[in-house]
Ligand binder design. Structure first.
Ligand code: AMP
Length: 218
């Protein structure tokens, strides 16, 4: 069973790479950001509670996130393997995930770290568009990621929208949170010998080539 963690600063392409790997290896794609946005869209009690947190680029509480992850990992959709996109996001979540893996008798798998510099990430953030229907990700400033038709999804013809948290101010806040909270996970997973680095400036096709080499190597 393949299990992967994608670790990356905001807008490095972890959503895009996750979708590609999901298709390539038939893995369940678990995006905590998507799960949270679904709660907001459905206006559940949790959704109402977390909306302002997400809009500001801050983190939702660890308890909420761990509960969402446990629900997912124990569902049949994950039995062939899964990709974690956006989790864990801090050391406490990584430790809780270790405990959960132990409880469920699952192994940690590999951690893919996507690397790109801050200026590029800022530009990608402002140009990002998401399909409201299927979640496919595009970028109007990155040639190979532009939709064929303006504001229309290539895959399902759904409408493309700009996420409210894809502004420069929110990017700055999210990047700072990444440095403070998520960046320490690099050493955490390096210490466990499961960390692999991918150059995220090369475009999605090349990123997929790198990722496949890492995943297919025993
Ligand atoms: P993403 O789509 O992964 O960029 O996540 C969007 C937003 O959802 C983040 O800026 C956080 O507010 C929240 N979020 C997603 N995953 C987590 C997590 N593992 N822990 C805390 N907050 C999260």
């Amino acid at each position: 069973m393949i299990s992967l963690i994608l670790l990356a600063p905001p807008a490095a392409g972890k959503g895009t790479l996750s979708h590609l790997l999901e298709e390539e290896y038939h893995l369940e794609h678990i995006s905590t950001g998507d799960l949270l946005r679904e709660e907001i869209k459905k206006e559940t009690p949790l959704g109402k509670q977390i909306k302002s947190v997400i809009d500001e680029g801050a983190f939702v509480s660890d308890d909420v996130i761990i509960r969402l992850i446990e629900q997912k990992l124990t569902s049949p959709s994950c039995k062939n393997g899964y990709i974690l996109d956006g989790f864990p996001r801090n050391i406490a979540q990584a430790q809780a995930y270790d405990a959960l893996l132990k409880k469920l008798h699952l192994s940690l798998g590999k951690v893919l770290l996507l690397e790109a510099d801050k200026d590029l990430l800022e530009k990608r953030t402002v140009g990002r568009r998401i399909c409201e229907n299927c979640g496919a990700i595009y970028n109007i400033y990155v040639k190979e990621s532009m939709p064929k038709e303006e504001n229309i999804c290539d895959r399902c013809h759904g409408p493309l929208i700009k996420r409210k948290d894809d502004s420069i101010a929110v990017f700055q806040a999210r990047y700072q949170t990444y440095l403070e909270k998520t960046h320490p996970l690099i050493d955490y997973y390096r210490g466990k010998g499961v960390l692999y680095t991918i150059d995220a400036t090369t475009g999605k096709d090349q990123m997929l080539v790198y990722a496949k080499k890492i995943i297919d190597c025993e």
